[in-house]
Ligand binder design. Structure first.
Ligand code: HDD
Length: 721
């Protein structure tokens, strides 16, 4: 009876705890941390109103002390991130491959918390750096938390976790002067890369537009490593996890990325927040490439090598569910900052492989949380708590929240009735996959990891000409920032083994020749004697290219314009019909219209009505929008012609290949863009310039169709190679 009472009290305390954990502080008295009501929060306790402050002022000391300790160390990588809550729902396919409880019932949903991030930049750095994006998903399943801690690129720079600290040291700001922030364009990064041929496949991805996404909502996500799934029959298969975004995969162009960084360094954070806030919930399908256990050695690459993809043309992606993000966090620090992911958080039905990068990660994540969150009790922070019942004999430590009752904190015990019990497999107990390992202890790289160029080539050759130009330009930019000539030369040597023309066109801008290619591709690290000792296998030439690797050819891009942002350039005298007709048509398709006005409040339409302004033209730039529309109204156009920002907005929208629409007098404003004047009237639409005369009623649908094509690359001059 007594014990029951004690339990009841603990339950009550837990509930009170929960109530305390979430508070908006409204309608309540201000108190100290001890609950004492505060009478004056504006003045410290002094000896006389002009006298010195008194040490006795425990209220002041408590407030300042708490403030002094408000920061925790930022993540060593992925410090800059944004997150959201949502749910995951499996489909009927999922249970075939895994016995994980959350994958069994297509009618069930599992809560998730997802954090997107850049890798290299500090917590306050720009969202728009050229960088890999983290894509970490915490599934709060009934069997415990499952974390899928992936990226928006399906492979990685290195093959063994032993090189991770080196990679990160190389890419982070250089240690002597802490520059540059959130950028790989500097000597130490390229020095390291030029000595690590295994990074060449990843370099192709990182220099592509995948590294400058339009939105977190428009990125693919990947588990990167090969994992295992185990089904009810205890059959194991190898899997690669894929997140496929409903809105397709889209990027910005580099010049745009640079300008967004100045205009709105929170671009991705704001985009995610505003979409969810506005009820446009980002959605992904979860897919798996399933490789039966028996096929492990069927491929020309090693499934355990994290620098390799399994081309979707070889093993198609099977969709096993969907994820929807539908709630913004209540508190950035409590949730987004304190969330702790770990690739080792798995549930029965999911298991690891011997990928040496994954194996190293399994150690690193708990270790980092200990220093970042400061205690082995980080699992008790509300965002990290499992929703599964949790009982074990772990006790105490810094900031322990749980009040464990009773005297038994060991196993086996008789005094506590043997509780908590170990679970049999049939009862949901976790047991690692029974893989047979019979090997010598070695520090070696498997020979099967030695081919570093075939998939880099596959990626490069699968891109459209425009995408290849963007890769070349990125390499030109990055390597031009490198100051040591030998690093540039080594990089050209490596690039020539991916594609000779690629290397030559980068070399053209660097002003140096491409070094002579080695007869055999360089598959071992230059000066890196730790890398593979045996002779590499001959390079496998992948016969086909893979459309899935190109963002432009990718079949994910269905042509929706949902959630795309359109700037309407307006001033007093704008034609309300022109505004409303286009706005209604766009809104119907799910696009978001923002009225850009010449003041911050409202403008007057030609018929004397008020039109609310979303943004003052002083605060925007076309890089923050997907398309620009100029409604008609002579007075409005005359006023816009006087605006200093107009040439920049229109020229950038043109340069970045975005759709520009204009109606009647609005067309006059297009004269600001010289290049438009050089396009014949019949060819305007082909170039994504949508205008109309008074009789043509198709402006809105033409504009929408053009937006669905995303960009008009025809405007970009092909590179001279
Ligand atoms: Fe890592 C954070 C993804 C290799 C060590 N990693 C971190 C995050 C993501 C990834 C998305 C941010 C999680 C969040 O939002 O809080 N990491 C990857 C992927 C990798 C990878 C996809 C390769 C396939 N990572 C990797 C290696 C190591 C680490 C090889 C160390 C051996 N990663 C860490 C870390 C971080 C981290 C230092 C920093 C903050 C954290 O863990 O919680 O432990």
């Amino acid at each position: 009876m007594k014990e029951k009472d004690a339990k009841g009290t603990v339950e009550n305390a837990k509930q009170a705890d929960l109530a305390h954990n979430k508070s908006d502080g409204t309608d309540q008295f201000m108190t100290t941390a001890q609950g004492l009501k505060v009478n004056d929060d504006n003045n410290s306790l002094k000896a006389g109103d002009r006298g010195p402050s008194l040490l006795e002022d425990f209220i002041l000391r408590e407030k300042i002390t708490h403030f002094d300790h408000e920061r925790i160390p930022e993540r060593i990588v992925h410090a800059r991130g944004s997150a959201a809550h949502g749910y995951f729902q499996p489909n009927a396919e999922a249970a075939k491959y895994s016995k994980a409880g959350f994958l069994q019932d297509p009618n069930s949903t599992t809560p998730v918390f997802v954090r997107f991030s850049t890798v290299a930049g500090f917590r306050g750095s720009t969202d728009m750096a050229r960088d890999v994006r983290g894509f970490a998903v915490k599934f709060y399943t009934q069997e415990g938390n499952f974390d899928l801690v992936g990226n928006n690129i399906p492979i990685f720079f290195i093959q063994d976790a032993a090189k991770f600290p080196d990679l990160v040291h190389a890419v982070k700001p250089e240690p002597h002067h802490e520059m540059p922030q959130a950028a790989s364009a500097h000597d130490t990064f390229w020095d390291f890369i030029s000595l690590m041929p295994e990074s060449m496949h990843m370099i192709m991805w990182a220099m592509s537009d995948r590294a400058i996404p339009r939105s977190y909502r428009m990125m693919e996500g990947f588990g990167v490593h090969t994992f295992r799934l185990i089904n009810e029959k205890n059959e194991s298969s190898f899997v690669k996890f894929h997140w496929k975004p409903k809105l397709g995969t889209h990027a910005v162009v580099w010049d745009e990325a640079v300008k967004i960084s100045g205009n709105d360094p929170d671009f991705h954070r704001r985009d995610l927040w505003e979409a969810i806030d506005g009820g446009i919930f980002p959605e992904w399908e979860l897919g798996v490439q399933v490789i039966p256990e028996a096929d492990e050695h069927k491929f020309d690459f090693d499934l355990l090598d994290p620098t390799k993809i399994v081309p979707e043309e070889l093993v198609p992606v099977t969709i096993i569910g969907k994820m929807v993000l539908n709630r913004n966090p209540d508190n950035f620090f409590a949730e987004t900052e304190q969330v702790a992911f770990h690739p080792g958080h798995i549930v029965p039905g999911i298991d690891f492989t011997n990928d040496p990068l994954l194996q190293g990660r399994l150690f690193s994540y708990t270790d980092t949380q200990l220093s970042r969150l400061g205690s082995p009790n980080f699992h008790e922070i509300p965002i990290n708590r499992t929703i599964a019942p949790m009982h074990n004999h772990q006790r105490d430590g810094h900031m322990r929240q749980e009040i464990n009752v009773g005297r038994v904190s060991y196993h086996p015990n008789s005094l506590g009735g043997g509780c908590p019990y170990q679970a049999k497999i049939a009862e949901g107990g976790f047991a690692s996959f029974n893989e047979r390992i019979d090997a010598k202890k070695v520090r070696e790289r498997s020979e099967s990891f030695a081919d570093h160029f075939s998939q880099a080539k596959l990626f490069y050759e699968s891109q459209t000409a425009v995408e290849q130009d963007h890769i070349i330009n990125a390499l030109r930019f990055e390597l031009s920032k490198v100051e040591v000539p030998a690093i540039r030369e080594r990089m050209l040597g490596l690039l020539s083994q991916v594609d000779q023309k690629l290397a030559e066109s980068v070399a053209l801008v660097l002003g140096i020749p491409v070094p002579k290619s080695p007869e055999k591709p360089m598959n071992h690290g230059v000066g890196a004697d730790h890398v593979g000792k045996q002779e590499p296998k001959p390079i496998v030439k992948y016969a086909q290219t893979s459309d899935a690797l190109s963002m432009i050819k990718n079949k994910l891009n269905s042509g929706t314009i949902e959630s795309r942002m359109v700037a309407f350039l307006c001033a007093d005298g704008v034609d309300a019909t022109s505004v409303n007709k286009m706005k209604d048509a766009l809104t119907k398709e799910g696009a978001v219209v923002k009225i850009i006005g010449t003041n911050s409040t409202a403008i007057k339409t030609a018929d004397g009505k008020e039109l609310k302004v979303d943004h003052n033209i002083l605060t925007v730039s076309s890089v923050l929008f997907d398309a620009v529309f100029i409604p008609s109204g002579k007075q409005s156009i005359d006023a816009l012609k006087d605006q200093e920002k107009i040439p920049e907005i229109l020229n950038d929208a043109f340069k970045h290949c975005k759709v520009i629409g204009a109606e009647k007098e609005g067309i006059d404003l297009l004269n600001e863009v010289k290049a438009i004047n050089n396009i014949s009237e019949q060819k305007l639409a082909e170039h994504g310039i949508i205008t109309k005369d008074a009789n043509n009623q198709n402006l809105a649908s033409d504009f929408i169709n053009a937006m669905a094509q995303h960009r008009f690359w025809i405007r970009e001059k092909p590179l001279k190679i």
